[in-house]
Design a protein around this ligand. Sequence first.
Ligand SMILES: [Mg+2]
Length: 254
Amino acid sequence: MKYILSRSSVELLRQFAWSRVLLAFDYDGTLAPMVAKPRTARMRPRTEALLKELVHTYPCVVISGRPRADVKRFFRGIGLTDIVGNHGIEPKNASPGLLRQVTGWRRQLEGALQDMRGVWIEDKRYSVAVHYRQSRAKKKAREAILESAAVLGEARVIGGRHVVNILPMDAPHKGIALERERARLGCDTAIYVGDDETDEDAFGLTQPGQLLSIRVGARASSAAAYYIRTQAEIDRLLILLLKLRRETPLGRTG
Ligand SMILES: [Mg+2]
């Protein structure tokens, strides 16, 4: 993995800034700092201000694991090009069938995990997230969650930071959502920034020269090619992207 804010990476960023590029971001831990209570996960005012400028110079989308309506409230007045929720399912694949399936899972999980203290089941309608951040016995909690998820059938289970995500097996993931948005918006390339396990679906797209994948925090096992060191560095990345775009013919029109 290489550091995207190093001097030697600027040329690559410039190439992307000069192309018809889509900027795509995860939300929690990427645009907004991680917090104990997800409801309060706000972006810093500086990040918000930068995004407001960025949407005038690039097509910008957010692809989050949260329900779409939930993400939308964080971006009121910012003018994003699009918001994709539930790891890629919303809005395109939000169907009554999936809703039924996931509602069934939630009930089953509630039954199986009702005695686990500090475990909280988040019903996101088209997927479920079981959180165990508040648990005092995290390892035990995680094992119990994985066990009860394993018997749901047709479920894709993806771990995360103090969370287990349970998604419908055949539903689109973040990688599919990214590809779909890029094609729909007529972009040739994409930059994707994320921080967690479900972002690996986007990092792992094999498109040499077309996808610039950036992880928040370096990690050898990640499929992302580049990293920023901390969430706070997202602002530096946005500033650089703005600056580079303004040097291009594309940036001068907006
Ligand atoms: Mg995240």
